[in-house]
Design a protein around this ligand. Structure first.
Ligand SMILES: NC(=O)c1ccc[n+]([C@@H]2O[C@H](COP(=O)([O-])OP(=O)(O)OC[C@H]3O[C@@H](n4cnc5c(N)ncnc54)[C@H](OP(=O)(O)O)[C@@H]3O)[C@@H](O)[C@H]2O)c1
Length: 280
């Protein structure tokens, strides 16, 4: 076990949901935090709450898709704390809708946030970690990175990409003492669904022949609420990864996520197709 105390951790997407819960949990463990997201009011309120003195928590507002903002984030962390021990790549959102109708621009935007910006930010912190021979990269993937569903496959494919990226990075960085892991949340009650609806509203309003299936898709989410987890379920897994000397390649949670991943492993593809089929 390594200790959280004193670790300098950048958390992207810290203004709500899983990122916010992770900030709270890591702060309790004595980590020094750099909180990043676009909404400065939320970030600053959280930073003040976690550390009124401002000595160990820094809020840096910015858009993860902006190169200038990413550079500013890493520079601010370096300037304040002198090093970066861990990066939690959590910022992300989902795009809904049938592949036929989602404008390619919206697809690009989703990949830009969930995949390309994650890689670009990781690239900025790696030279320092490699030079010191230690550090941890925690990517927030999803069960959707293993199980793609109709009407969600744009988002799901961004999370599938993180599976491969994490494995490659993990192997590349092992000789340099830098640890990489992927956390796969199941359904967690956060602002995620609202953000996904907002990001996809034009598609959802013009879904044409798919409209009746979109209603079924939403109903599926409503039903899942009874088994949904809370953000701290995932924050706990981030803490586990950051305090392990040898983090697992994957952390899955809560329980329903493990169950769905077991089904993916155990069931024939056609049976999974039947389970995830379009419904009205
Ligand atoms: N909730 C779930 O069921 C679930 C399941 C599996 C995986 N996940 C993953 O968990 C991660 C966190 O999601 P969540 O559930 O906590 O949702 P959330 O409450 O909507 O949080 C998303 C966070 O990402 C930030 N963000 C989004 N786009 C950004 C951008 N361009 N630049 C900077 N920050 C950005 C948002 O902050 P601002 O709006 O302030 O920028 C917010 O803090 C995501 O990667 C998501 O894919 C969630």
């Amino acid at each position: 076990m390594s200790s959280l105390a004193g670790q300098v951790v950048i958390i992207t997407g810290a203004s709500s949901g899983i990122g916010e819960a992770t900030a709270r949990r890591l702060a309790r463990g004595g980590a020094r935090l750099v909180l990043a997201a676009r909404r400065p009011d939320r970030l600053e309120a959280l930073a003040r709450e976690l550390d009124p003195s401002g000595a160990s928590v820094l809020a840096v507002a910015g858009d993860v898709t902006s190169e200038a903002d990413r550079q500013q984030l890493v520079a601010a962390a370096q300037e304040k704390f002198g090093r970066i021990d861990a990066l939690v790549n959590n910022a992300g959102y989902g795009t809904r809708g049938p592949v036929e109708l989602v404008p390619v621009e919206l697809i690009r935007k989703n990949f830009e946030t969930n995949v390309f910006s994650l890689v670009a930010l990781t690239q900025l912190v790696l030279p320092g970690m490699r030079a010191r021979g230690s550090g941890t990269i925690v990517n927030i993937g999803s069960v959707a990175g293993r199980i793609a569903r109709p009407l969600s496959s744009i988002y799901d494919s961004t999370k599938h990409a993180l599976e491969a990226l994490t494995d490659g990075l993990r192997g590349e960085l092992k000789p340099f003492g830098v640890r990489v892991t992927l956390i796969r949340p199941g359904f967690i009650l956060t602002e995620f669904v609202d953000a996904a609806n907002k990001a996809s509203d034009t598609v959802l309003e013009n879904a044409g022949p798919y409209a009746k299936y979109m209603a079924g898709f939403r109903l599926g989410y409503q039903k899942l609420r009874s088994v949904a987890g809370v953000p701290d379920d995932i924050a706990l897994l981030v803490e586990r990864a950051l305090t392990s000397r040898n983090p697992a390649p994957r952390y899955n949670g809560p329980l329903h996520a493990k169950f769905f991943l077991f089904l993916k492993w155990a069931l024939p593809r056609r049976t999974l197709e039947w389970i995830t089929r379009l419904r009205t």
